[in-house]
Design a protein around this ligand. Structure first.
Ligand code: CP3
Length: 355
């Protein structure tokens, strides 16, 4: 038996159940903007060593919760653990972002991809989940996550970050069947990976589709949404007698929220380019919404942050089903006190939307 949750506001909001205030967490809440994170990463030696050591991964997961009154923890890991486990040669170079030594570009490359057993190649992630759950001791729920097959595919095919997506879009339009084979392989791996995270103790899961917004509507449906739909359909939705909510987040996906809600996900992440009021009217209480403060608001002084928090809360409006968050990850040069001002503002301003 696992410890009962002391704070389940986040899980309740994802299921559109009543809460006395709006729960919150921050995308990338464990990261370089925190001096204690930089210290632990220094001790670990590198970003991947931090991810692969369950004690370090647990430590950095808990760091933001010691500073701020957040309502969820997110597993410290990365969406690129799958390409790493596939043996593609992942490296994170300081200041340059991820690099994949052996990008997957031909039919032969795709045929050679191994089938993963998440309790073997990604055992360190499951060990981190188990360690974090033990250390959290029911304080707040733990979110597990993975990248969408399309988004992970962009790194796998491009060999790193990209502005133009030349190789993967060349494949999408020139050899769509080949891209479908790659995405099907990544989908299989992602389903097994997320299932293993839930079995290890993740209490909600989020799929990050950071680059879905780079697609045309038709290509989004065929190459990103379709595979996220398969993931939602395949995940176990209950563990230890509680529903395990699934959150889908397509950055730049505001125009597809209705179709995303059709997947059967419990909640959708929304970035700051879409009004929550519009988003809420579109999904009509079928799913909860998570978002959507522009992360750059945190460059402004606390009074301005408070006003913008108020604007986001008012945009969602009265009633349940909102998880406050940034519209994308926190920037690394944000002063930690500014994040504190945001958290305080949500605690102070949100109760009146729940009476
Ligand atoms: O606190 C959390 O939110 C949990 C940890 C987390 C990380 N990455 C840690 C990380 C999560 C949820 C991610 C997801 C992720 N990783 C995404 C999707 C979300 C998004 O932000 O769009 C993507 C696209 C990646 C891929 C990735 N990882 C890139 C492009 C980079 C380098 C660029 C950058 O921001 O530094 C990373 C590295 C990474 N992942 C860091 C962290 C804290 C920084 C590494 C460091 O410490 O040097």
């Amino acid at each position: 038996m696992s410890t009962p949750l002391k704070n389940d506001l986040f899980l309740r909001a994802l299921l559109r159940q009543p809460t006395p205030r709006t729960p919150l967490w921050m995308m990338r809440q464990a990261g370089r903007y925190l001096p204690e994170y930089r210290a632990t990463r220094g001790e670990a030696g590198s970003f991947m060593k931090l991810c692969m050591n369950p004690q370090y991964a647990c430590e950095v997961t808990l760091q933001p919760l010691r500073r701020y009154a957040l309502d969820a923890a997110i597993l410290f890991s990365d969406i690129l653990t799958i390409p790493h486990a596939l043996g593609l040669g992942l490296e994170f170079e300081a200041g340059e972002g991820p690099r994949i030594d052996r990008p997957v570009r031909s039919a032969a490359d795709i045929d050679q991809l191994p089938t993963l057993d998440p309790e073997v190649e990604l055992r360190y992630v499951m060990d981190a989940v188990r360690t974090i759950r033990r250390e959290l001791d029911g304080k707040v729920p733990l979110i597990g996550f993975a990248g969408s097959p399309w988004t992970v595919g962009t790194y796998v095919v491009e060999g790193g970050s990209s502005k133009t997506f030349s190789h993967i879009k060349g494949m999408l339009y020139g050899a769509p069947e080949q891209l479908h084979r790659l995405l099907a392989h990544l989908t299989r791996a992602t389903i097994d990976y997320l299932k293993a995270q839930v079995h290890a103790g993740a209490q909600a899961v989020m799929v990050f589709d950071t680059w879905g917004g780079a697609l045309s509507p038709a290509a989004y449906r065929e190459f990103s949404l379709r595979y996220m739909q398969q993931i939602v359909a395949a995940l176990p939705r209950e563990q230890d007698g509680r529903r395990v909510p699934v959150i889908l987040f397509t950055k730049g996906g505001g125009q597809w929220l209705a179709e995303m809600a059709d997947t059967g996900a419990d909640a959708l992440g929304v970035d700051w380019t879409t009004d929550l009021a519009t988003a809420r009217a579109t999904v009509a209480d079928r799913v909860a919404l998570q978002g959507n403060l522009d992360p750059s608001v945190l460059y402004a002084p606390p009074a301005a942050i408070r006003a913008e928090v108020g604007r986001v809360l008012a945009s969602y409006g009265h009633g349940h089903g909102h998880v406050f968050n940034l519209g994308h990850g926190i920037h690394q040069d944000v002063p930690p006190e500014h994040a504190a001002a945001m958290v305080e503002a949500v605690h102070e301003l949100s109760p009146r939307f729940h009476v």
